[in-house]
Design a binder for this molecule. Structure first.
Ligand SMILES: NC(=O)c1ccc[n+]([C@@H]2O[C@H](COP(=O)([O-])OP(=O)(O)OC[C@H]3O[C@@H](n4cnc5c(N)ncnc54)[C@H](O)[C@@H]3O)[C@@H](O)[C@H]2O)c1
Length: 352
């Protein structure tokens, strides 16, 4: 497929606009259509992103033969139905994280993709950071030796998004902080290490802050304001331990809200070196000439990770490379998330 790929974005909320801005930076992409069920938002976003074609029903957008590919940027419960319909309509799909609500639905998406012969790229944007690429290369080059333990920490002191809205309603989101934010770092560490074989999980999720909603005190709210008439029936904290066969283990802690300082990093421990990828620093813990040393890694800091992600999607559609994150990888992550929730419910270690 040569020339420009004509894109439609379905869901014009926060991330829909981020996709629109990103496509504007991709030479071979042309954003031609937007869809949202909220007419006022649709009108405002069409003006902001200078897009002439608008739809309030995504099926009508998919019926337009001039659209080659869609970005699916809707709440999680609509990921599977819209992605499946998009493949049936012969579109390539850029699907936001998490893949969907559970691994069963994830498999349905892959079936639809395979039947269509079109491309599916998952929205795992952290892979596009220079840090992730450098650490992945360092591992591939043996700099860390054998990685045997991974730590994931993603703590927000008061960071529940859209309290009472779709984010905190299990039927619409599939879960809370775990499925919303841990999904990024779980994908990231499996991509960095190449360990796509989580085998067993022992975990526990908690819901301590979102209910009763009026008792939740916060400084700011992403996707707010709160809707006190709405629902909060998801996790706001989760901790657990994952085995990758006999090769490696992973411990994680993730919170939308808890009584601890904000903190976010992934850490990989190998027998030759370790690395901590944090918010402001990435440090390699190693030895140089028999001296124990820390190396503070520096990176190009002007990369737009979303533009890099969309560029890879468009390249894959045009046959110039692979998608940046595959549906098969997303299915592993989805299965791991399912197992974490199951382990918590059953109060014991479970198979992934
Ligand atoms: N990659 C990232 O860093 C990142 C960041 C934020 C959100 N996300 C993901 O993006 C998705 C959307 O999140 P958001 O924060 O933009 O949510 P949002 O609530 O801001 O936006 C969702 C939009 O979808 C619209 N919508 C709902 N149902 C629809 C339908 N059937 N057809 C068309 N439009 C519909 C809503 O009206 C809303 O405008 C979620 O899956 C979320 O997990 C990813």
């Amino acid at each position: 497929m040569s020339g420009k790929i004509r894109i439609g974005i379905i869901g014009c909320g926060t991330i829909g606009s981020v996709h629109a801005d990103a496509y504007a930076k991709v030479k071979n992409a042309e954003l031609v259509a937007l869809c949202d069920i909220l007419p006022d938002r649709l009108k405002e976003k069409a003006e902001r992103h200078k897009v002439a074609l608008t739809y309030t029903d995504y099926r009508e957008l998919l019926a337009n033969p001039d659209i080659d590919a869609v970005s699916v940027c809707v709440p999680n419960d609509m990921h599977a139905p819209i992605a499946i319909d998009a493949f049936k309509a012969g579109k390539h799909v850029m699907l936001e994280k998490p893949m969907t609500l559970n691994a069963g639905l994830g498999r349905e998406i892959l079936k639809a993709r395979d039947a269509s012969g079109k491309q599916l790229q998952m929205g795992m944007v952290w892979r596009q950071t220079p840090q992730a690429e450098v650490v992945r290369d360092a591992i591939a080059n043996g700099r860390l030796g054998e990685v045997y333990q991974i730590r994931v920490k993603l703590i927000r002191r008061r960071g529940i998004p859209g309290l009472g809205g779709w984010f905190t309603t299990k039927a619409r989101s599939g879960g809370g902080g775990l499925i919303d934010i841990a999904v990024h770092f779980l994908d990231l560490v499996m991509w960095i290490t190449g360990y796509w074989n989580p085998t067993r999980v022992s975990a526990r999720t908690y819901a301590k802050f979102g209910s009763p909603m009026k008792d939740y005190h916060y400084v700011s709210m992403w996707a707010g304001p709160p809707n006190y008439e709405g629902t909060f029936d998801v996790d706001d904290y989760a901790a657990g331990f994952v085995r990758f066969g006999e090769k490696a283990t992973l411990s994680f802690e993730v919170a939308w809200a808890c009584n601890a300082e904000d903190e976010s990093y992934v850490e990989l421990l190998g027998d030759k070196g370790g690395v901590r990828v944090g918010e402001s620093r990435t440090v390699l813990h190693t030895e140089v000439d028999n001296m124990i040393a820390d190396i503070d890694l520096k990176f190009q800091n002007d990369r737009d990770r979303f533009a890099a992600e969309m560029e890879k999607f468009v390249d894959a559609v045009q046959g110039r490379g692979e998608v940046a994150a595959t549906g098969e990888e997303a299915l592993v992550t989805m299965s791991l998330l399912d197992a974490i929730y199951k382990s918590s419910e059953m109060n014991c270690e479970v198979e992934v």
